[in-house]
Design a protein around this ligand. Structure first.
Ligand code: KG4
Ligand code: ZN
Length: 343
């Protein structure tokens, strides 16, 4: 079964061809960093316009690299939310056009479900497991009982983890997105040079909060500017900030596993490509006897392979989907708990 996946929820225009759920034939990702970096963040209007210009070329490329033709595709899977509405509409409507034109079924995929199931591109994880999605827009902990069965256990009350990386990166004068730059800088820094606060919130809470940490970094940078005796480099700040984020993520992840008595962890989303986070989760996992799994970094940041994969399972789980494409609409705030698979 050949699935064409399309992802345009944010600033990546991406298309992929996936065979039988686990054999990836192509994975084309066209990012718009060059367009948005000078603004220090994503400009939604520019993102939508750029998807329109790129989406057909990206699909052609994905099909060509896969060595197949569009008519060979059995299913089209496109992100329907959450994300920037103008961006979502481009991918979803392109998919609808293809579905009508090729007379092939189509599924709308929740972007978060894509992140969550990206690991299945590489290996099958037994259910249930605890999943942490850490991206630019989300920091969510889920109990995953099966395909389509996701229970939200905790989420950020303010900034997402990736957003805090990007904001701190901006404060330090790094280009957008700040996450990968902070990771590189942190490798050369001393994580003990300064202590930034960790927000654990109320006892037993599995929610997150990163806005206080962000403010604390801003205040520290101001002090550093005014007081030349403070010898803490940008590399050190990066390392101290990163370890504050990671400490909280790992703590809540382990607590979620203990609370549900589930010894399996999947970490996904853009921030999951961070090597220090992967190391910390693996290390704690070993201590507690929990299995840990992370998609390869290329499947952590936004991509269409994960959408093709989630679309494949969604279709298999519910073949009665009549693919009422007229009823399929883009939803900026789509939740993964209620919408995952209609019954
Ligand atoms: O999943 P993603 O590609 O897009 C969203 O769905 O948001 O995640 C993007 C986020 C950005 O905030 C980016 O800074 C962060 O993931 N990110 C990282 C790393 N690579 C990407 N954060 C920390 N370390 C990284 N290596
Ligand atoms: Zn994402």
């Amino acid at each position: 079964m050949l699935v064409l996946g399309l992802e345009t929820s944010c600033d990546e225009t991406a298309a992929a061809v996936l065979k039988d759920g686990d054999t990836l034939l192509s994975n084309v990702i066209n990012d718009q960093i060059g367009i948005h970096s000078k603004y220090g963040g994503i400009v939604p209007e520019l993102a939508g316009r750029s998807h329109i210009e790129r989406v057909h070329r990206v699909i052609e490329e994905a099909v060509e690299i896969a060595g197949v033709q569009l008519k060979d595709v059995d299913l089209i899977a496109a992100t329907m939310g959450p994300g920037l509405i103008g961006s979502l509409l481009v991918g979803l409507n392109t998919a609808k056009g293809l579905s009508y034109g090729l007379k092939k079924p189509m599924v709308g995929v929740n972007h978060l479900e894509g992140h969550l199931l990206a690991i299945f591109l590489q290996k099958k994880i037994p259910f249930p497991f605890i999943a942490l999605i850490v991206s630019g827009g989300h920091t969510d902990l889920y109990r995953v009982a099966d395909f389509g069965k996701y229970k939200l256990m905790g989420r950020t009350r303010d900034d997402a983890a990736g957003e805090s990386f990007d904001k701190v990166g901006k404060m330090l004068g790094f280009p957008y997105p700040g996450g990968p730059v902070i990771e590189r800088m942190a490798r050369k820094g001393n994580a003990k040079a300064h202590v930034f606060p960790r927000a654990y919130l109320e006892k037993g809470s599995l929610d997150f909060s990163f806005s206080g940490l962000k403010t604390s970094v801003r205040t520290f940078l101001k002090h550093r500017e005014q007081d030349p005796s403070i010898k803490v480099s940008d590399e050190d700040v990066s390392a101290c900030f990163q370890s504050a984020v990671i400490d909280v993520l790992v703590d809540k992840l382990i607590s979620a596993c203990q609370k549900e008595n589930i010894p399996r962890i999947v970490v996904a989303g853009g921030v999951a490509s961070n090597g220090a986070l992967r190391e910390a989760v693996s290390k704690e996992g070993q201590i507690y006897g929990f299995e840990t799994a992370f998609p390869d970094p290329i499947f952590c940041t936004d991509n269409a392979a994960m959408i093709a994969c989630a679309g494949y399972y969604k279709y298999l789980q519910n073949e009665k989907f009549p693919m009422d494409t007229k009823a399929l609409g883009a939803k900026a705030n789509l939740s993964i708990e209620s919408d995952a698979y209609p019954s």
